[in-house]
Design a binder for this molecule. Structure first.
Ligand code: URA
Length: 217
């Protein structure tokens, strides 16, 4: 996997990351979602540099100009519900992309720490020969991404896979590197070292779905 850890360079990206981690700022869910969307926009811009461009002649009211634009057919895929604000950020820049949604949750057996990822709902176009962008805000174990890819195996084989995450664990990134093709790109804003026994990233930020949309039963 080709890893782009964009938080290693000082930029406004780290301001947004600091705010989504900060317990006092987290009390404002609108700001939390907006910051995630803005992070999605920055990661999209960086990812766009890896797309395939050809020059096109563009007519303006006063003449014409050759401009290189990308030709890739994009499919943006997000996991409900935590992925939605990040998905919106990606869609703000890749506005003509097709979209895929999948609902997946962790099922803990008899309250034990081990869990399996259950995929419940899937709505996706064909991904055959397309550029497939998976938005997973918290790359904790890598199992959700793996299960999403498995659930989509009847929808075709993408030409290129990009994973877009905000915070990842070292362990989850290592796992994703094993199960995804070597030429998969990972666009990530921060990497944390630890995971709790229930698969939460430490220090991370907590539960991204709850912080965006409220706690669930
Ligand atoms: N999902 C979250 O929302 N937070 C984590 O730390 C891990 C997975």
């Amino acid at each position: 996997m080709i890893i782009h850890n964009l938080g290693l360079t000082n930029s406004v990206l780290n301001q947004f990351i600091s705010e989504i981690r900060d317990v006092s700022i987290q009390k404002d869910p609108l700001r939390f979602r907006k910051n995630i969307e803005r992070i999605g926009e920055i990661l999209s811009y960086e990812l766009s540099k890896e797309l395939n461009y050809t020059p096109k002649n563009i007519k303006t009211p006063l003449g014409s100009k050759e401009v290189a634009t990308f030709d890739d057919e994009l499919v943006l895929c997000s996991i409900l519900r935590a992925g939605l604000p990040l998905h919106n950020g990606l869609l703000n820049y890749f506005d003509r992309a097709e979209n895929a949604f999948i609902s997946a949750y962790r099922h803990h057996h008899d309250n034990e720490d081990s869990f399996e990822v259950i995929v419940k709902y899937l709505a996706s176009p064909s991904i055959e020969n397309k550029t497939f962008i998976m938005a997973d805000p918290m790359l904790a174990t890598g199992k959700t991404l793996e299960n999403t890819m498995m659930a989509l195996k009847d929808h075709g084989k993408p030409k290129q896979i990009h994973i877009v995450s905000i915070i990842g664990s070292t362990e989850g990134i290592a796992y994703a590197s094993e199960v995804f093709p070597k030429n998969t790109h990972l666009w990530i804003a921060a990497v944390d070292d630890a995971l709790t026994s229930r698969g939460y990233i430490v220090p991370g930020l907590g539960d991204a779905g709850d912080l965006s949309y409220g706690i669930k039963l």
